[in-house]
Design a protein around this ligand. Sequence first.
Ligand code: ADP
Ligand code: ASP
Ligand code: MG
Length: 321
Amino acid sequence: MKGKIVVLKFGGSSVADNEKLKIVANKVIGYKKEYKNVVVILSAQGKTTDRLIGEAMELSKNPDKRETAMLISTGEQVSIAKLAILLDEMNVPAISLTGWQAGIRSSIANKCAIIENIDVSRIEQELKDDKIVIVAGFQGVNAKNDISTLGRGGSDTTAVAVAAALDADKCYIFSDVDGVYTADPNKIKEAKKLQNISYKEMIEISNEGAKVLHDRSIKIGEKFDVPIVTKSTFSEKEGTCLSKNIEENTVKSVVKKDVTKISIIGEGIMRNTKLIEKIINIIESEEVEVLRIEILDSKISVIFKEIVTDSIWQKFHEVSI
Ligand code: ADP
Ligand code: ASP
Ligand code: MG
């Protein structure tokens, strides 16, 4: 037995269909031979989350945030139940748990909620009963007992937070790439795989837009010193290990990102505190992830982590005039 507890997270492309779920099931069974306790975190299948968001947008230009969280969190529920059914069929005891059942309590936001604490008692009970515990990624429950979602790519954060709460020996993040590269290997064919990377470097890479890991997952990893390894679901190749290790003066990655910058221009506007307050209100009500706010004497710029809709631009215009 290598260790006590392992957390295995599989992303959307790893659970996209029944064939891939079978690969995941066999991988999970393999780890169960090495570790007494196995906790699995799953994302929604393939592009399910995108599809569900699209369907909500077909019904409303500005779908209610609580109901959107209710809708898009179902994707993860489908994958965890399917994997549990499959493992049961293979005579391997397993149980699926939603974020709420797994004790994942979050901040009040519906769209980009933060995990505040995890009551691991249910997970631990099921592990004691020798079950593989499969937890829905990307979701929690807030103080109103409403379902919250953790921001796009948030299943990584579920995985690392659960690993920290259980004091797991390892947290493996499985995806369609076999590690972290010097650039997105799907875009730059010369990109090279890194054996090791520090949490700090990885936070920068994620902040600057590389998808590999959700930025909050790495911050939790760093805070609780969780040994994270990124690996491929579809190969046995060695992955990339994240740790505190610092190797100075070497380039680890080159990242390109599409962001949105909205700037409000006017002489001396940095002293208009009412305007700044209104801008903060828009950001909070929209729950869009902001990379940076720059305040200069005659310009306030908000840089969003992603491409945002023109309706947000319109809102900035409305409060500015
Ligand atoms: P999952 O759906 O499993 O969570 P993601 O799509 O979120 O996986 O992350 C994996 C993707 O990250 C890869 O398919 C790859 O295109 C992209 N990526 C971007 N930058 C990098 C990088 N530096 N190293 C590895 N993968 C990267
Ligand atoms: N299913 C969610 C998303 O597509 C969470 C995740 O995949 O990590 O963003
Ligand atoms: Mg991801």
